[in-house]
Design a protein around this ligand. Structure first.
Ligand code: SAH
Ligand code: DHB
Ligand code: MG
Length: 221
């Protein structure tokens, strides 16, 4: 109903405060050229993630679900000298395109794209002692969100910020009988957050150029 207004205001904000430079524009172009799904975060959401990363003084970040590296680049730009980010992607095309985009953005030294299923790589990260991460962005397949969240906690320290994208799904989370496995995955995560004494959490509704959705934001106690 208000979608057009939300989209126009989103553009107004991003024109002012989240302008894409050549490297980010090149990510958009690569997604188009390679026929990759257009499900990156929006420019304003990218800027939001970047500000969150700056706010937690992130030196070590984890992303679950890279796609073409759009959110990766926004977040990694908040890293200080010597900072590091690992991002997980199981689609070989997405990972290859993401590596090219990250390289073009001058972030290849800081960002590692790991190819494989997140559920296989997360235990490897633990074994390697790759954590604790200062900020973790969960944005891969939705049904295993509760499992990804558990791994995020294992790879955390008090103060770690965990953000999960797409937890409102145009309000479908309100339907307790939704047959959609994506909806069920995020419903389970939201419910876990509501009774998990290990974190303090909220959900931010997101409107704008993307579908109406939301990001869960949890800080580890
Ligand atoms: N964070 C990105 C968007 C990620 S889209 C951005 O905003 O720019 C979700 C990505 O997760 C897709 O590239 C998809 O291939 C990947 N993915 C889906 N299931 C996965 C899994 N089990 N393990 C790792 N990556 C997965
Ligand atoms: C989908 C996934 C996302 O991460 C997103 O931001 C939007 C849509 C999807 O799988 O449909
Ligand atoms: Mg998403």
């Amino acid at each position: 109903m208000k979608q057009q207004l939300f989209a126009s205001v989103d553009k107004y904000i991003s024109d002012l405060l989240a302008e894409e430079d050549d490297a980010l524009k090149a990510v958009d172009q690569s997604i188009y050229d390679q026929g990759i799904p257009q499900i990156s975060v929006s420019p304003n959401q990218g800027k939001f993630l970047q500000i969150m990363a700056t706010l937690c003084g992130a030196r070590n970040m984890l992303e679950i679900g890279t796609l073409a590296g759009y959110s990766t680049i926004w977040m990694a730009r908040a890293l200080p000298e010597g900072g590091r980010m690992v991002t997980l992607e199981y689609d070989a095309l997405h990972a290859r395109v993401a590596r090219e985009n990250i390289e073009r953005a001058g972030l290849a030294e800081k960002v590692e794209v790991r190819l494989g299923k997140a559920i296989d790589i997360l235990p490897q990260l633990e074994q390697e002692g790759a954590g604790p991460f200062d900020m973790i962005f969960i944005d891969a397949d939705k049904p295993p969100y509760p499992e990804y969240y558990e791994w995020a906690l294992k790879l955390s320290r008090p103060g770690t910020l965990i953000i999960a994208d797409n937890v409102i799904r145009e309000g479908q989370v309100l339907d307790p009988n939704s047959p959609d496995e994506k909806v069920q995955g995020v419903q389970r995560l939201n419910e876990i957050l509501s009774r998990d004494s290990r974190v303090s959490a909220t959900i931010l509704q997101t409107v704008g150029i993307k579908e109406y959705d939301g990001m869960a934001i949890a800080v580890v106690k």
